[in-house]
Design a protein. Sequence first.
Length: 255
Amino acid sequence: MSWQDWYTRYAKYYHILDGASIDYSKFAEKLDLIFKKHNVNSILDFACGIGKLDIELKKLGYNVVGVDRNKAMVNEALSNLKKEKVSFNVLEGDPRKDVIGKFDAVICTYNYVGHFSKEEFIKVIKNFKKNLNERGLIFFDIFNFRFMDKNFKNDLFIDASRTIDGISATRFNQNELDKNERIMRINQTTFIQDKILKLYNDIWNLRIYTLEEVREIVKKDFEIIEVYGSIFGDSMLCPYSDDKECVVILGKLRN
């Protein structure tokens, strides 16, 4: 299955399978501290998903536009905006090519860039530049190959198991890591109890990088001003090291 098919299948259940484990409010507050230092007022999110992070950024006073390639995710985001009684534009769009406008910052979170080939990733970075004001910021993350190389296990494990509003979802993972190609093959079995029990088996790939590889891709267009090691849990935006799960880049557009 393609990763776009994955998002279409699980958009309705994303808040159970993935979103429930994310502290969007805390993440937005940490981004707020960064953005205030750089006089950021407008933000383009090229991986808005179901809109939860952007809603929190909007509540903090930012002018936000959310973009996602997947129509089902955009629809979930629009539904969440109504529930939270906030308003901003949420659009279908492609981070590799679409120019939405000029913003003080472009963000693209939760390993979204890992869905693309290296060549496409380079196009994404080039397109970030087209959507930025002078000296604008980029903020994105990707899984850290150095961490995965040392810590990856291909054992079967329960990735998520929750019940929210009467809908239950449990997901099992047994992934594979191709160390030569820097590709993590995601192999998932998901049970969803929503009136009837549904069973899905999904396989899709996620590309991962070393910090050095990311630096090489972004250095022509962006000055890296900070590197963090995670966007999750208690380690959120901790300093980078090879034993941290993510490469999280804060960069500034070169003159």
